[in-house]
Structures are given as C-alpha cells and as structure tokens.
Design a protein around this ligand. Sequence first.
Ligand code: ZN
Length: 226
Amino acid sequence: MIQDSGLVASGGSTPFDPRSPTPESRMPELTESVTRMIKEIEKLPGIGRKSAERIAYHLLKVDKIEALALADSIRAVKENVRYCRDCFNLAEEDLCDICRDPQRNQSLLCVVEQPRDVIALEQTGSFDGLYHVLLGRIAPLDKIGPDQLTIGPLVKRIKSEAFEEIILGTNPTTEGDGTAFYIVKQLEGFPIKMTRLARGITSGSDLQFANKEMLADALQGRQSLK
Ligand code: ZN
C-alpha cells in the first residue's frame, strides 16, 4: 500500500512512492519545491549540497506528519522565542525560566557569550546564580564592538541590582579575555567582586565544548580579578 506522503511525482498524478530505496533515480528532474527545499537546507551551517540533497530526499520519504513536525518546530521557535528582558538568554515569555526562578541565588551573576553557554553551565549543576548573555564577544577583526553586545544593559543591571559577585564566564580565547577585560574596565571604581572562570578549560576553546566536570572545576576555582 502506498502511504499518503502528500507528494506526487513531477509531471504526473502517480503518487510518490516512499518505499523506493533510491528516489533520486526516479526523479532525474527536481520539482520547483524540492529545489527550493534543497537550497534552504544548504544554507544551514556545515551542510553542503550533497548533505542538503540527502536531507531533502529523507524528508520526501518520511510521512507528512513527521516532515511537517520539523517545519512546525522551526515556525514555533521563530514565532515564540525571544531574548529574556533581563539576561538576554532565550525565553518564551518576557523573562527566561532562570530569571523567573525565585530559588536562584540573586547575588551571583555569571556573564557568558551565548545562550548555549548557559546550557553548558546549567548542565554542571554547580551554579545556582543568575546569568547575563552578551550575545557575542568583542571581536575587532569581525567588526564587532561593545555596542553590538549587551554590555550596556549589563553594566546598568550590575549597578542597580544587589549582586555580590560577577563571574566573567566568557570563553578562554583572546577575544573572550578581551571582552572580560573590557567589562572590568567599565565597572572600574564600582565596589563589586569580579571573578574569572579558572583555566581548567583549555585555552582557546569554547565553554560549550568543555565537559561538565571541567566546567564545574572552572567555576569552583574561579579567580578574583580585582
Ligand atoms: Zn533571563
């Protein structure tokens, strides 16, 4: 029995047969929609033409509900996900789950580059404070200056809230160090303890690639900056 894949072969009314092991060989000419899908998939990072074609053929083969679940999930993310009003982490409401959690330690603030760094640190289970996501790092070579990051709101937040310690958790790269240094300079003269994650993480690497134990150690052994 031919499943309803919601597809018909180009140029005829014969339903596309999802059981065909090599749909490529049955479709020497791509339809306009398929070509468009391949082009869209090819724009994704790390995906070349061949991979894009493989994914496209996979989506052609799976049933309509499964393929549309992917389309719907992309739509839901783009329509519902925004940056948290306070910390710029990903959120589906004004505030992210972490900022809304009254159990979090309100006196500790960890500054990271990207929302994925929040996830990496959360997975260690060693940090119960709040975060601030910079949405990048200062990178003069890529023409990214402090104004393109959330450093302004960060400084405002530190000056208006009762934090006791700011942990600079930018990546241990030249740019991550430079960004941390810039933030320290912005708060010069402001009486607050500032620390940097310990060098447990390999220099030059990203927080997101560090394993849980290494990150937990880096948090534990953080060093005072002033
Ligand atoms: Zn938040």
